[in-house]
Design a protein around this ligand. Structure first.
Ligand SMILES: CC(C)(COP(=O)(O)OP(=O)(O)OC[C@H]1O[C@@H](n2cnc3c(N)ncnc32)[C@H](O)[C@@H]1OP(=O)(O)O)[C@@H](O)C(=O)NCCC(=O)NCCS
Length: 200
């Protein structure tokens, strides 16, 4: 097996969406929670290969015909990302996904979110303009790939003159919290408990 880490491309969107769904319930699969399995990816993965200010890396497995099996994505300028998405991304989704269509609570939550998207806490923006998400398929977890993909992201962000990156964590996701602590993330001062960041 040879795993290669490369820059994410817009054509990776379907793979990112699938990986997002398979890890969206606090690190476990959210397939059973959704009739509309694309919803988590439309928030946490796909915009990052389509909208301005975004960056991303994926890991691909040559034994699976170079299938994308994990990703790290983010924005170098979270406020600009939020502004652009508020104008060009969430409204289209709000139009396409009417909450009255939802039969499952998780679908309804996302459909309402498209209508009322949250923004990052100021304390996070003060920490760094850059935020990120990382998700790896279960069979590739705990083999050092998360650490390696984070290193690729940090190199890229340093090249953009950024000195830190932060994220929002599902408080139920203890495994991810341990991962972030192991690789050097700490709580972002002044932000809600579930925001962690790393300086470099
Ligand atoms: C969280 C995640 C990105 C970590 O990536 P990974 O490739 O599994 O992590 P690595 O193998 O690089 O591990 C790095 C360190 O974190 C530790 N670690 C990773 N996952 C862990 C877990 N679930 N529980 C405890 N420790 C963990 C490893 O033991 C390792 O420690 P060490 O190097 O000091 O011995 C990956 O497991 C994942 O995608 N999980 C599902 C999706 C998710 O929860 N994403 C985060 C959403 S905020």
């Amino acid at each position: 097996m040879t795993i290669i880490i490369r820059k994410a491309m817009e054509t990776d969107a379907p793979a990112l969406s699938r990986i997002c769904l398979l890890t969206a319930d606090a690190g476990s699969t959210a397939e059973a929670l959704h009739d509309y399995g694309e919803l988590p990816g439309l928030v946490y993965a796909v915009p990052y290969v389509k909208l301005p200010t975004t960056w991303g890396y994926v890991m691909v497995d040559d034994l699976r015909d170079n299938e994308v099996v994990g990703y790290i994505v983010g924005s170098t300028d979270t406020r600009a990302f939020e502004t652009y998405a508020a104008e060009h991304w969430w409204p289209k989704l709000a139009e396409r996904y009417l909450p009255s269509l939802a039969k499952k609570p998780a679908d309804e939550r996302y459909m309402n979110l498209f209508r009322n998207m949250y923004t990052a806490p100021d304390a996070c923006i003060d920490f760094s303009p850059a935020h990120m998400h990382i998700n790896i398929l279960p069979e590739y977890q705990k083999q050092g790939w998360g650490r390696k993909m984070l290193a690729s992201a940090v190199e890229f962000l340093k090249g953009q003159s950024l000195r830190g990156v932060w994220l929002g964590l599902d408080p139920r996701n203890n495994g991810a919290k341990t991962f972030y602590e192991r690789v050097g993330f700490t709580h972002v001062d002044g932000a809600p408990d579930n925001n962690m960041g790393i300086k470099f």
